[in-house]
Ligand binder design. Structure first.
Ligand code: TXA
Ligand code: MG
Length: 338
């Protein structure tokens, strides 16, 4: 299949492809999504094929208006907390899990009786959803297991020849996927951290639990609350290590490695003391900047043929929880303590 490159002005073209059951990669404020008509099970099944995604991992449904939840039978009912969350954080990087409605095909929910809903803020994503006239199911637009794409070029690396079109909306601003919170548990529970932090959710919801799989490792045979968390994830081809220690210890450690095949992800301004390739990973303490860079840097390392990536250990505060959650998986939980 020939994959067309579209620009933000081509929302009508993208909408038409989606309406007739095709696949289009679209920019969102978090990461690029691989979209299909969420009400068309066959179209949605093709997303799983293009990504090589296990069929038991459900997708997020993207909308532009709150009314769609009931009018299009996307959810069984709208819990009152959804209105409060929407008021505070929609449109934006927040996905809410509710009981699913009759219009949701099994391919979207992977057979669960719940559905994940997000209202993105990216103007291009919004114009494409509106042009399509249907809600769009969209996982991140990467091959399953690889880091999520935050530029159209990174989407093309994985999806060229496999999907109908890619809409280039420039780099994504948040850089990691949305926060996923379920309202189907007694206390709302964060299944995946993202740009909307636990503190921001607590402001609206009161008590919020954080699923133990967010920073912990699932034990053998343990059931994941969010099916996506049980898979190997976000891993570049290179081996990733999270390194704890001071900058001088870090510099001494990486400077002893092969400079040709090693890359150091360092906080902005730390490049000077390092002899191997470095990529800036946001300023120390600026978790949003780190989120913005993480996947981009990991993919850049693969483009450069890097074999080992050493990452300065970031803080898990605020958006840092999302950074650490993705980094732990990319590194397969490997730490080096200096
Ligand atoms: O920012 C984002 O959320 C991006 C953009 C494109 O919107 N999308 C995204 O989709 O990250 P995906 O498929 O890569 O991640 C969806 C996550 C998975 O971990 C999945 O298991 C979980 O949400 N999920 C979806 N539906 C669920 C449900 N009904 N119950 C529990 N977890 C669910
Ligand atoms: Mg994904």
């Amino acid at each position: 299949m020939k994959t067309r490159m579209l620009s933000p002005g081509d929302a009508e073209v993208a909408g038409e492809i989606l309406r007739r059951g095709g696949l289009v990669a679209i920019p969102t404020e978090t990461v690029y999504g691989l979209a299909a008509n969420a009400l068309n099970g066959e179209a949605v099944a093709n997303i799983f094929k293009a990504k090589g995604r296990p069929m038991d991992n459900p997708l997020i449904v993207h909308i532009t208006e709150l009314e769609q939840l009931e009018d299009q039978d996307l959810v069984a009912y709208v819990p009152s907390a959804v209105y409060d969350l929407a008021e505070a954080y929609w449109p934006g990087p927040l996905t809410i899990i509710m009981e699913k409605g009759s219009a949701i095909p099994d391919e979207v929910s992977a057979g669960l009786d719940t559905v994940a809903i997000r209202m993105p803020s990216h103007p291009v994503a919004r114009s494409i959803i509106k042009a399509a006239g249907v809600p769009l199911a969209a996982p991140s637009a990467n091959t399953s297991g690889l880091p999520s794409p935050t530029t159209a070029a990174h989407v093309a690396e994985d999806m060229d020849g496999k999907i109908d079109a890619i809409v280039d909306g420039g780099p994504c601003s948040v850089g990691v996927e949305s926060t996923v919170v379920t309202l189907c548990t007694e206390t709302p529970r964060i299944l995946r951290p993202g740009g909307v932090t636990p503190e921001m959710l607590e402001e609206v919801l009161g008590d919020v639990d954080i699923d133990q799989a967010v920073l912990g490792k699932l034990k053998e045979g343990e059931r994941a609350a969010s099916p996506g968390m049980k898979y190997k994830h976000y891993s570049p081809k290179a081996e990733v290590y999270i390194v704890r220690g001071s900058l001088s210890q870090f510099a001494e450690f990486v400077n002893a490695k092969d400079p040709e095949t090693t890359c150091a992800l360092v906080f902005d301004g730390e490049e000077e003391s390092i002899r191997c390739k470095t990529l800036p990973f946001g300023a120390e303490g600026d978790e949003s900047a780190q989120a913005n860079r993480l996947f981009y840097d990991l993919r850049t390392c693969d483009d450069l043929g890097i074999k080992n990536i050493y990452v300065r250990c970031p803080s898990s505060e605020g958006v840092g929880l999302a950074v650490m959650n993705r980094l732990l998986r990319a590194a397969e939980y490997r730490f080096i303590d200096l």
